[in-house]
Write a protein that binds this ligand. Structure first.
Ligand code: C5P
Length: 224
């Protein structure tokens, strides 16, 4: 079987990560969560008290930013590390979700992370999810997917996810966060979120998880 790049982009909270993970597992591919990288960068900036509007401070913080992924041998789940420390749990908190889009809109941040993402995917056999994977990171990806779902569905799923991790957040707050991130992500100057003409659109509002994964795997197998 050949190896391709599968780029999965879309709005916040429509199930990209879990779908991408399942697609990667089915195909024996590596899953790369680019959102986790922007989240880890945000945590780093918060830890360093970086003023986002100060290019010198941003540049300095970027020089000490090292993000990596490691498989947890007990759970088989890939986890995110920031400068050698496991930050997987921390980066999923609302505190990070509410700041990440502002950090992700900074040109220098995107330049550094996009370069690392291109490096991680250069041998192909990867499923990468994010906002600009099919447009900027791998514009030549053999399969591009654009995922959507209505806001109520997305917010409900995200609330359940956070609750499972012990964070009880009101639905309205989650909705406001998802809408605000979509707005910032879609309107920024560098790497804005947009559906590419050659992307397969998958609306997950009314399909089961198994169905959405199967649709993408089937399409990938046609190409491979
Ligand atoms: O995918 P996730 O929701 O974890 O991403 C968190 C945030 O990271 C997004 O709202 C967006 O601001 C940013 N992001 C991005 N480009 C990507 C992936 C994520 O700007 N490729």
């Amino acid at each position: 079987m050949g190896k391709i790049v599968i780029a999965i982009d879309g709005y916040s909270g429509c199930g990209k990560s879990s779908t991408a993970k399942a697609v990667a597992k089915e195909l024996g591919y590596t899953y790369i969560d680019t959102g986790a990288m922007y989240r880890a960068a945000t945590l780093h900036f918060l830890n360093q008290y970086v003023t986002l509007t100060n290019p010198q401070e941003v540049e300095k913080a970027l020089q000490n930013l090292e993000i990596s992924f490691h498989l947890n041998p007990d759970t088989g789940v890939q986890e995110t590390y920031l400068n050698g420390l496991n930050v997987e749990e921390q980066i999923r908190k609302m505190k990070i979700s509410s700041r990440v889009s502002d950090v992700a809109a900074i040109k220098a941040v995107r330049k550094k992370l996009v370069a690392q993402q291109q490096q991680l995917g250069k041998k192909k056999g990867v499923v990468m999810d994010g906002r600009d994977v099919g447009s900027v990171v791998f514009p030549g990806a053999e399969l591009k997917v654009f995922m959507t779902a209505d806001l109520d569905t997305r917010a409900g799923r995200r609330q359940a996810e956070l609750l499972q991790k012990g964070e009880m957040i009101p639905l309205e707050e989650i909705k406001a966060n998802l809408s605000s991130r979509d707005k910032i992500d879609s309107s920024r100057e560098v790497g804005p979120l947009k559906k590419m003409d050659d992307a397969l659109e998958v609306d997950t509002s009314n399909v089961t998880f198994v169905e959405q994964v199967a649709k993408i795997v089937e399409k990938a197998k046609e190409i491979i």
